[in-house]
Design a binder for this molecule. Structure first.
Ligand code: HEM
Length: 256
């Protein structure tokens, strides 16, 4: 029995993804330590990197659903299987980001009360998003899914979309790098791609029941309309929410 279990574990792509992800975090800690002599700069860069890696894993995990809808479960079965490990890594890196930011960069929980309101609000949004990621990671085991029933588990995991919106706002309100024009363009394209694919998936799912889409042309037109709406919504974030760095450093929108 024991041997069989070990073989199963070593055959699982999830095991390798998780192991590689955790090892990569140790390597990042070491690499950045060697490159930054000042503790303060080290903590800032380390938490930024951990936050960015969490975001990338999360984004990949989110992309899997619409891509599976388009290309079929069979074609993407390995990616669908690996997705849980990718989601768990997103939670792991978010937790590292939180701990390094809180106890390394900011100087502990007691300091939170002294931070400007905009930063506090951003941290609350990031905190809620982290909590959602942790709950999802904690309920990503087969035993838990079985106990919760698949329908309830699926409903809980829909929270990921709301949490992702919160993290986008968290990053916009506090992030240093979002003030760079190049980063803004990359973020816009990435968000539009995800939103466009998700819109297609949702529209087609609704159409299965209501039959309101006229052929492929009709579907394309509706997706374009949705994308235009998403574009308007995403580009209005800077008008609706302040970015701490742009607010406090004149001309802080960098051209790079
Ligand atoms: C899922 C949860 C989270 C993700 C994916 C995430 C991701 C990020 C990213 C990508 C940035 C931008 C860094 C940059 O501009 O270089 C950032 C900024 C920041 N985050 Fe988070 N974050 C999360 C939650 C949290 C939480 C709970 C805290 C609480 C301590 C936190 C503290 C910070 C701080 C202090 C910054 C400012 C970094 C800077 O100096 O530019 N984050 N976060």
């Amino acid at each position: 029995m024991g041997v069989q279990k070990q073989v199963k574990l070593l055959d699982s792509s999830r095991f390798y993804i998780l192991t590689a992800g955790v090892l990569a975090s140790f390597i990042l800690v070491g690499l950045l330590r060697v490159n930054f002599e000042s503790d303060q700069l080290y903590y800032i860069r380390l938490q930024q990197v951990m936050g960015a890696v969490s975001l990338v894993f999360w984004y990949i995990a989110l992309l899997v659903s619409p891509l599976t809808f388009i290309f079929g479960k069979k074609a993407l079965r390995h990616v669908v299987y690996a997705r849980r490990a990718i989601g768990v890594l997103a939670a792991y890196y978010a937790l590292l980001h939180l701990c390094i930011a809180l106890w390394g960069q900011l100087g502990g929980i007691a300091q939170l009360g002294h931070l400007p309101e905009l930063i506090q609000a951003s941290l609350v949004l990031g905190g809620v998003a982290t909590l959602v990621l942790i709950i999802m990671a904690g309920t990503s085991f087969d035993v838990v899914v079985k106990r919760m029933t698949f329908t309830r588990w699926k409903l809980l995991h829909r929270l990921t979309y709301a949490a992702f919106v919160l993290v986008v706002l968290h990053i916009w309100m506090i992030g240093t790098h979002v003030t760079y024009t190049t980063v803004q363009y990359v973020a816009l394209v990435a968000l539009l791609l995800l939103a466009g694919l998700e819109s297609y998936r949702i529209l087609m799912s609704i159409d299965k029941k209501w039959h309101f889409i006229e052929g492929k042309g009709g579907a394309l037109l509706l997706v374009i309309v949705c994308m235009a709406m998403w574009f308007a919504l995403i580009t209005s974030i800077p008008r609706m929410f302040d970015n701490y760095h742009s607010k406090h450093h004149e001309g802080a929108v960098h051209a790079e």
